[in-house]
Design a protein around this ligand. Sequence first.
Ligand code: 13P
Length: 274
Amino acid sequence: MSGQKSSLRPIVVAANWKMHKLRSEALEYLEDLGTWMDDHPEGLGTRVEVVVSPPFTSLELAVEHRPPNARIYAQNMHFADQGAFTGEVSPAMLRDLGVDGVLLGHSERRAQFNEHDAALGEKVVAAAEFGLRPMLCVGETLEERQGGHAEEVVRDQLETALGDLDVIKATSSGLSIAYEPVWAIGTGETATPQLAQEMHAFIRDTLSSIFTAEIAERIPVLYGGSVKPENAHELLSQPDIDGALVGGAALEVDSFSGIVAAGLDVVSGSEARA
Ligand code: 13P
């Protein structure tokens, strides 16, 4: 590992439930996670932030039963505040529910639901305007990586989706980035910490050129793709990996809290060294 972790950025550990959990299951999870978080108050909500991202049907319940210091994110939204868009949900509606933020551009939405970078640019701006913290997801496919295009693909995704965001809003909105190589999602194949660190450093350089170096230093860049309690510590110890966006291993409180615990451990280790 090269370099130290920056104290300018918290570690963010986010549970993306995708299309899982009925309301009763959601409630049980939120209560169990809340109990775990109550038992581990040190550093939670300050140095380590917890995000839970349920499907739309459990969002209101998640806001009402939000574990202490956790944030609730939607998994998608439209960019318009209202209109004739059957089946869509607006940023105003999410704010009205008390939702804190929103995942944007998840690779499953890009690959299966025609999510395009240009519309994502409008979504990022709309989220920031409505006070929703945007978490922009980027990442290359296996084919793009094998063809030597991983950096170019990720740079294009970042530039197109963030190009219209006001520089001030880049930090005040609570923007974060999730790097999720498509080949590592749900496959059990995790990027090595070294490979992920290289891409995260590249993402930070790209954020510096889009915004400024000072702003790029403050934007958390999460890694996603087969993160589990066993590999979380090494990933989160990398200087530019500021958190984890977790799918499969976030569906059970036991394994998700194991990843949050790894984040707390990394933070306490780096504070002890400082
Ligand atoms: P897995 O953790 O199941 O690989 O999913 C990652 C992901 O897509 C989180 O958004």
